[in-house]
Design a binder for this molecule. Sequence first.
Ligand code: SF4
Ligand code: SF4
Length: 222
Amino acid sequence: MIVAERKSIPELTGMLRDHNKVLVLGCGTCVTVCLAGGEREVSIIASALRIASKLEGLNLEVEELTIERQCDNVFIESAAEAVNRNDVVLSLGCGAGVQAIAERFNGKPVYAGLNTAFIGILEERGLWTEKCAACGSCVLHQYGGICPITRCAKHMLNGPCGGSREDRCEVRPDRPCGWQLIYQRLKNIGQLDRLNRIEPPRNWAASLSGGSRVIVREDHRI
Ligand code: SF4
Ligand code: SF4
């Protein structure tokens, strides 16, 4: 899922300072699961904004709404009435959701209430970790299902770097060495011979380095 974090209330009141009626718009998918932008967080942020508005004399009227998915026009339409009766939308969707809302309501300011961080999973209660950098050309099969791009701090496809100590990454000692994990996993599944191969320099054109990406499915465009 996409993992995001809430912006601080002072940052949000700073954005909304010149507006009177704000719709705090949640998203019921990824950001609900990562406890950043679902119905519960909409309610918390809306309440905090009301209090901050009173304290700072901003006169903000705050409406709350959560839709199923902000990145999908099928669901965006259900927010139309609420969007139209407010001056501004504070979206608690991910970056894609915010932009989808802004595209649909092109005469309305739409602000991001979250910082979209990464594609990851809930590793343990209250701890989300990055697992995929959406590189556009997945090589997980070669590395035992552990992503060297995301989980090695140096993004090494021919690792390890040699700096790891006691299974910790030298760049991020609070995280395990990705290459230690790759080695152990390949050993467990009897595929250590994969490490004999030298991975050639990678073509990063399929990643964001090649500019904003598009996927076309001709079979769905008829
Ligand atoms: S190889 Fe690329 S697509 Fe696959 S998990 Fe890693 S970053 Fe994501
Ligand atoms: S210690 Fe491991 S994870 Fe960290 S940069 Fe080196 S090979 Fe990558």
